[in-house]
Design a protein around this ligand. Structure first.
Ligand SMILES: *[C@@H]1O[C@H](CO)[C@@H](O)[C@H](O)[C@H]1NC(C)=O
Ligand SMILES: *[C@@H]1O[C@H](CO)[C@@H](O)[C@H](O)[C@H]1NC(C)=O
Ligand SMILES: *[C@@H]1O[C@H](CO)[C@@H](O)[C@H](O)[C@H]1NC(C)=O
Ligand SMILES: *[C@@H]1O[C@H](CO)[C@@H](O)[C@H](O)[C@H]1NC(C)=O
Ligand SMILES: *[C@@H]1O[C@H](CO)[C@@H](O)[C@H](O)[C@H]1NC(C)=O
Ligand SMILES: *[C@@H]1O[C@H](CO)[C@@H](O)[C@H](O)[C@H]1NC(C)=O
Ligand SMILES: [Zn+2]
Length: 426
């Protein structure tokens, strides 16, 4: 009888424990991970829209308003407008890298002053909404800002053309608070090929391109490999002293677009301890032209990368405000929680854990950022600013390829140099 009682007591106890454990598991939603870790998005082009639509006049922009039906920023009038504070809040965004992007048409022309304007407008936007945003330049401050209810706001320069082949400009961008630079946009620079080059190879990464990577390592600026050719991805990963990021790129095996990351490079990212922040753009996540992209395509890319290289190396870099079409279910910045719910529900083995979802959301990026800062602090003991100067012939050739008259945009001394040497080289 005593045994029976004990057995009954034990099974009641187990039932109660089981129910309470089961209760928690049943109640956990993927999006709950966004309450326990900051969601850090790697790429948003709102600043380019501010330039394009308002010439950066913030008096004409109300960020605290739901702009979905706005007559300038609304979904019906602006294909690339997906962002405002109410929707960022609903989307549980904890941190955002705002892209300082300028068009490739400005390469060899006014790319530097235009980029400065974009850095300025991002800083002014953040300063104008201090209850909602906080400017951040160090990894440790991301989580702190988020815990204080602010969207940690960081700057990434999108496209190496913005540094005009000058390490001096690169260093000054860092001083202004820029924390990543995408090595190229859609155009080649004189020192690195863009993804379009996979159809037509040019230079890969030149000696000067290597100097750019080393100087970024020394500064503590994240090297962003989104947009570069697959060979430049490989080359950079084989020489960098710090982990790298892809701020907004998806998986090439799932959708064969050269903006996406091929498997061999994904494996290099794992070895490098870096992170691939998955792009949502319909054209990158779904390559089947007979159907429309949906949120499930993005889930597939995230699962593919996690299954190949692990949950430590995948993140989110939606590309809102930068592209014309977003998948059904991910139309604007309010939709991230739906994505996290679906990822958690997705039928993959092993199932995503809460900790892994937190890494996906933002902890991977923070880990990489901290590692980059540690490399900076180590190199500071032995290295000085690099003084490499690009070979003007590389610039001259690149200008010819871009249909720009060589020397047109150089200083008079460099122009002389090119002219003097172009005759002797024939
Ligand atoms: C901005 O929009 C909010 C919310 O719609 C509104 O309360 C506020 O008055 C607006 N601010 C300006 C300056 O128009
Ligand atoms: C913004 O407005 C749209 C259209 O009125 C609405 O569907 C959406 O729920 C609103 N979003 C927020 C975060 O208020
Ligand atoms: C670029 O790199 C690839 C792979 O390493 C190599 O096959 C190709 O020859 C390189 N191209 C140039 C122009 O150096
Ligand atoms: C492309 O989508 C169509 C329509 O959903 C489908 O029937 C077809 O099987 C898909 N093709 C591939 C290669 O997945
Ligand atoms: C280029 O040649 C001109 C004429 O010979 C000369 O005056 C000038 O100093 C040279 N420029 C450079 C940078 O060597
Ligand atoms: C130009 O030619 C001179 C003389 O051959 C050489 O010393 C110099 O390095 C060349 N400059 C560039 C930028 O190639
Ligand atoms: Zn981009």
């Amino acid at each position: 009888m005593m045994y029976v009682n004990a057995a009954v007591c034990l099974s009641v106890l187990l039932l109660v424990i089981g129910l309470s454990v089961g209760h928690n598991v049943i109640n956990f939603k993927g999006s709950d991970a966004l309450n326990s870790a900051p969601l850090i998005d790697g790429h948003n082009d709102l600043a380019y829209n501010l330039y394009d639509l308002l010439n950066n006049n913030l008096d004409r922009f109300n960020f605290t308003k739901n702009l979905t039906d706005d007559k300038v920023w609304g979904t019906n009038v602006c294909n690339t407008c997906n962002t405002d504070l109410p929707r960022l809040r609903k989307g549980k965004v904890g941190a955002q890298f705002w892209a300082a992007y300028v068009d490739c048409a400005s390469q060899y022309k006014d790319a530097v002053p235009l980029t400065m304007k974009q850095i300025d407008v991002i800083k002014r936007l953040v300063a104008k909404y201090p209850n909602d945003m906080q400017f951040v330049t160090e990894a440790k401050n991301i989580e702190e800002a988020w815990k204080n209810g602010k969207i940690a706001s960081l700057i990434g320069v999108e496209g190496g053309h913005s540094m005009d082949s000058s390490l001096a400009i690169l260093r000054l961008y860092y001083e202004l608070g820029v924390r990543y630079m995408t090595l190229t946009h859609m155009c080649n620079t004189p020192w690195a090929d863009a993804s379009i080059v996979n159809d037509n190879s040019v230079h890969n990464l030149t000696n000067f391109g290597e100097a750019v990577i080393y100087e970024m390592n020394r500064l503590g600026m994240l090297v962003d490999l989104s947009h570069v050719s697959h060979n430049v991805m490989r080359h950079t990963l084989s020489i960098t002293k710090a982990p790298i990021i892809f701020s907004h790129s998806s998986a090439f095996s799932v959708c064969h677009n050269y903006r996406n990351v091929p498997d061999d490079v994904l494996l290099m990212v794992k070895a490098n301890n870096g992170v691939v922040m998955v792009n949502f753009y319909s054209g990158f996540v779904n390559c089947n032209s007979s159907r429309k992209a949906t949120i499930h395509d993005v889930v597939d890319h995230i699962n593919y990368i996690r299954n190949l290289i692990g949950a430590d190396h995948v993140g989110i870099g939606a590309d809102f405000d930068g592209v014309l079409r977003m998948p059904e279910g991910l139309e604007d910045v309010s939709k991230y929680p739906d994505l996290f719910d679906l990822i958690f529900e997705s039928n993959v083995e092993p199932r995503w854990t809460k900790e892994e979802l937190e890494k996906l959301a933002g902890r991977n990026l923070i880990r990489v950022f901290q590692a980059v800062e540690n490399v900076r602090d180590t190199l500071a003991k032995t290295e000085s600013p690099r003084q490499d100067i690009i070979d003007v012939r590389d610039v001259s050739e690149a200008e010819v390829i871009s249909h720009i008259q060589p020397g047109l945009c150089q200083t008079s001394k460099e122009w002389d140099d090119i002219r003097n040497n172009s005759t002797s080289r024939q």
